[in-house]
Design a protein around this ligand. Structure first.
Ligand code: GPP
Ligand code: MG
Length: 288
């Protein structure tokens, strides 16, 4: 198989569901993502972790929103930094994959930190275009490339990557199919990392009302916690570290709920986390 065969729309977007998800992200220009991205020029599609500096809500009213946006952006960057901390030792000779790369934020941070080649994949052609323009502007297009691909059929040769991550993108796909494909393209001893929202099996065998509201908001299908470990174990991915980030992400949501760029999903997130029906989890695993 060729290394980078151009994929046509119908090869990438196989199901009507995938087409509807791609359509959602092709149109998405939400201030909660664009205005935060403009703070530093690094655009994220994930949430934040860490303590909020609540002093941003004090001081001059006319600049409160600006301070709040900057603070949320700082917490989202901290989340990406924490994910990158889990990828293991990487150097310029390594190649790594961002599955569900959005506007490229985590990929650029990875390239900056490790100096290695980063491939991002997304089923949104608009996101791919945006992220590739960013790569040009940043002068890293020779090292960071975004591709219109499906993470269930990524078209890379076997054993290509030393590390792969999903930063809040697994809830759009079947985990068994995803981890089979990741396992195929990971090198032996390579690292897989995900940060994800998953529902709590202990709370019940179906998602809670608040979790269902999150699903409806993003057209996604949040998995139970157990399914991550079952699907990893079935695909030669052996967990080495699991961190419950729920308590660390709640302050981000409390701040976001008070911002003008709140989207309405803040209340379901806060309810789900606080009632214990949902967790924000980091899982790192090794390919054996
Ligand atoms: C989007 O981030 C993230 C998802 C669609 C995945 C859902 C995540 C869970 C943990 C369930 P975003 O930054 O584009 O979302 P928003 O626009 O709400 O900030
Ligand atoms: Mg966001």
């Amino acid at each position: 198989m060729l290394e980078n065969p151009a994929a046509t729309g119908s090869e990438v977007l196989v199901t009507k569901y995938q087409k509807s998800v791609a359509e959602y992200w092709n149109k998405e220009k939400d201030p909660v993502n664009i205005r935060l991205g403009e703070v530093s020029g690094t655009f994220h599609h994930h949430y934040g972790i860490g303590d909020v500096d609540w002093s941003v809500l004090e001081g001059p009213e006319d600049t409160r929103e600006e301070r709040t946006i900057k603070e949320m952006h700082r917490l989202e960057a901290a989340q990406a930094d924490f994910l990158l901390d889990q990828l293991g030792p990487l150097g310029p000779g390594d190649r790594i994959l961002d599955a569900g790369s959005g506007r490229g934020g985590t990929s650029f941070m990875a390239n900056q930190r490790f100096g290695c080649q980063v491939d991002g994949i997304s089923i949104s052609e608009e996101q791919v275009k945006f992220a590739n323009q960013q790569a040009q502007q940043r002068g890293v297009a020779d090292k960071v490339a975004f591709n219109f691909r499906n993470m269930l059929d990524n078209r890379f040769p076997d054993a290509t990557f030393q590390a792969i991550w999903n930063n809040e993108s697994t809830m759009y796909v079947d985990l068994h199919a995803l981890f089979a494909e990741h396992s195929r393209v990971l090198k032996q001893g390579g690292r897989y990392v995900t940060i994800t929202g998953c529902y709590n099996d202990v709370h019940g065998r179906q998602p809670s009302r608040a979790v269902s509201q999150i699903d409806a908001h993003y057209i996604c299908d949040i998995h139970p916690r157990s399914e991550y470990f079952a699907a990893m174990s079935a695909n030669n991915l052996v967990p080495i570290s699991v961190v419950d980030l729920t308590a660390a992400t709640i302050p981000y949501w409390e701040l976001r709920a008070q911002s003008e760029v709140a989207t309405g999903v803040e209340s379901p997130f806060l309810t789900a986390y606080k009632e214990g029906s949902f967790h924000y989890l980091m899982i790192a695993a090794d390919k054996v």
